[in-house]
Ligand binder design. Structure first.
Ligand code: GLN
Length: 475
C-alpha cells in the first residue's frame, strides 16, 4: 500500500474494518519520507522510527475509537513541540526546543493522531513561495522545478507526496491557501480566532490564523472539528461553540438556493496589480464558476471597491506587527543572535519599525487601520446578499524556483487575492480546480466569520462534481 492513495476518511474506514493498521500507515509515510524528503526539501525534523512504531502499536491494539486514531500528521515548524525542535524556518531558532506544546498539537495527539515530523516553511512565515526558508526552498510535489508555495511549503508537499495524511499550517495573508492550491489540496484559513494560536510562533498577531491542508473537504472538516474551539490560553479565540462540521458537509446535495458573489473590482485589481492573470488560470477560474452555476448556484455581482487598497494596507500592518513580534528574538532568551535573521525578516523589521515610529505612525499604521475597517465593512455588506465570495487564490500557478528571489515587490503583489480575507478576519477556503500544464491550481471561496460549515458544505458539492482531488503527483 502507499499512503498517498488514502485520505483520512478512507484510512479510518479500513482501520475500523480491520483491513489496515496504523503501523502500515507509518511505514508508508517513512518510506515516502526517505524517498522524497531530500530532493523536495520537505521536512526539517522527523520523529524517531521506534517512537512512531510504538505509538502505532498502542493504537493498533487499543482500537480506533478516536476521531484521528493512528492518522499521521505533519506540523508546520512554527508549532511548538517538546519532542522535536521548532525553528519557524529560521536559523535564529535552529536548535530551539520548546518547553511546552501548542494547544493544537495537544488536541491532535489527544484525538489519536501521530506526529510524524515538522515541515519546512518560509522563515517566520514571511513569503508565498517557501523560498525565504533559511533551510532552502521546497519543491512542488507536481514538478520539482517549481515552488511548493508558501509560507506553509513543506506542509503542503508532505500531504501530496504521502508523508502524512494531513498537515497544519498558518495563514497570515495566504500561507495555507497558496501552497494548498499549488499542490492540489484543500486548504482552509478559518475565521480569525477559530483555532488557538497558543504555542505557535507569532507572525502578525491581528492576522494570523491556524488551519489545515488535506486531500478532501471531508478530511479538512474532520481536522478542524478536532482543533477548533475556545482556549483559555489564547484570549483571541472566539467565544463560539464549535459546529458539527462533518454533518454540515452532507447538508447540501446541490447548490440550488446558494448565491455566490463575484466582484469585478476584486478581479480587476488582481490583474492590474500583477502582469495580468495567467490566461490558462483565468480560463480555469471561469470554468469553475460555470460548474457552480451548473450545480444550481446563482452568481451575483458585488462591490468590493477597497480590495484595491488591501495589499498596501496589509504590507503596512503586517510588517508593523512582525517588527514588534520579532523583537523578542534578541539572542538572550531564545536561540541565536539577531545576525542570524535572513534578508526578508530584516526587510520587514525595518519597514515595520519605520511605520510604527513617532512621526510616521499616523501617516502609515493608523491610516492602514482605517482602510482595514473599510475592507471589513465592504465584506460585511456583501455578505448581506451572498453566501460566499468567489476569487482566485493566486494570479499564477507555482512560479519556477528562483523566479522571484530578486524581486520581493512582485512577490508581494501576488498576495492580492488572499490578504483581504485576513484583513477582515474571514474564512477562506482553497479548492482544487484543475491544472495549468503539470501544475495544479485552486480557486477560493470566502465566507463570513464563523461560516466554516457553509463553506465546507458548498465546497463538498463542487468537489464531488469535479473530482480534481483524485489526481496525484506523478512521482
Ligand atoms: N505572503 C504573505 C506574506 O508574505 C502571507 C504570509 C502568510 O500567510 N504567512 O506576508
Amino acid at each position: 500500500m502507499n499512503i498517498r492513495d488514502y485520505t483520512i476518511q478512507s484510512a479510518l474506514k479500513e482501520m475500523r474494518a480491520g483491513t489496515l493498521r496504523a503501523k502500515d500507515l507509518i511505514l508508508s509515510c517513512l518510506e515516502n519520507i526517505e524517498r522524497y524528503t531530500e530532493t523536495y526539501n520537505v521536512l526539517l525534523s522527523v520523529a524517531a522510527k521506534e517512537d512512531l512504531l510504538a505509538e502505532a502499536k498502542k493504537i493498533d491494539s487499543s482500537g480506533y475509537d478516536k476521531p484521528l486514531s493512528g492518522i499521521p500528521i505533519v506540523l508546520k515548524d512554527i508549532f511548538s513541540t517538546t519532542s522535536l525542535r521548532t525553528t519557524a524556518g529560521s536559523k535564529v531558532l535552529e536548535n530551539y526546543h520548546a518547553p511546552y506544546e501548542a494547544t493544537v498539537v495537544k488536541k491532535l495527539r489527544e484525538a489519536g493522531a501521530i506526529i510524524i515530523g515538522k515541515a519546512n516553511q518560509d522563515a517566520w512565515a514571511h513569503g508565498s513561495t517557501g523560498e525565504n526558508s533559511d533551510f532552502g526552498p521546497t519543491s512542488s510535489a507536481y514538478d520539482i522545478k517549481y515552488v511548493a508555495g508558501g509560507s506553509s511549503s513543506g506542509s503542503a508537499t508532505a500531504v501530496a507526496l504521502g508523508m502524512c495524511l494531513a498537515s497544519t499550517g498558518t495563514d497570515t495573508g495566504g500561507s495555507i491557501r497558496v501552497p494548498a492550491s499549488f499542490n492540489n489540496l484543500v486548504g482552509l484559513k478559518p475565521t480569525y480566532g477559530r483555532v488557538s494560536r497558543y504555542g505557535i510562533i507569532a507572525m502578525a498577531s491581528s492576522l494570523d490564523s491556524v488551519g489545515h491542508m488535506t486531500k478532501t473537504v471531508y478530511d479538512n472538516a474532520l481536522m478542524l472539528s478536532v482543533t477548533a474551539g475556545i482556549d483559555p490560553y489564547d484570549a483571541t479565540t472566539g467565544q463560539k461553540s464549535v459546529s458539527d462540521y462533518l454533518s454540515a458537509i452532507s447538508s447540501l446535495q446541490s447548490l440550488k438556493g446558494i448565491t455566490i458573489g463575484v466582484s469585478p473590482d476584486y478581479l480587476t485589481v488582481g490583474k492590474k496589480a500583477t502582469d495580468g492573470m495567467n490566461p490558462e488560470l483565468e480560463k480555469l477560474t471561469e470554468e469553475a464558476l460555470g460548474v457552480f452555476t451548473a450545480l444550481g448556484a446563482t452568481i451575483k455581482e458585488i462591490d468590493l471597491p477597497h480590495t484595491k487598497d488591501a495589499l498596501e494596507t496589509y504590507y503596512v500592518l503586517c510588517p508593523s506587527e512582525v517588527s514588534s513580534n520579532l523583537g523578542r528574538y534578541d539572542g538572550i532568551r531564545y536561540g541565536n543572535t539577531r545576525d542570524a535573521f535572513g534578508l526578508e525578516a530584516r526587510r520587514r523589521i525595518m519597514i515595520g519599525t519605520y511605520t510604527l515610529s513617532a512621526g510616521y505612525y499616523d501617516a502609515y499604521y493608523k491610516t492602514a487601520q482605517k482602510v482595514r475597517t473599510l475592507v471589513c465593512q465592504e465584506f460585511e455588506k456583501a455578505f448581506e446578499t451572498v453566501d460566499v465570495v468567489f476569487a482566485p487564490v493566486s494570479p499564477s500557478p507555482s512560479p519556477l524556483i528562483g523566479e522571484f528571489v530578486n524581486d520581493p515587490l512582485a512577490l508581494y503583489l501576488s498576495d492580492i487575492y488572499t490578504v483581504p480575507v485576513n484583513l477582515a478576519g474571514l474564512a477562506g477556503l482553497s479548492l482544487p480546480a484543475g491544472f495549468v500544464g503539470t501544475l495544479p491550481v485552486g480557486i477560493q471561496l470566502i465566507g463570513k466569520q464563523w461560516s466554516e460549515e457553509r463553506l465546507y458544505a458548498i465546497s463538498n458539492v463542487y468537489e464531488k462534481k469535479t473530482e480534481w482531488y483524485k489526481r496525484r503527483p506523478k512521482v
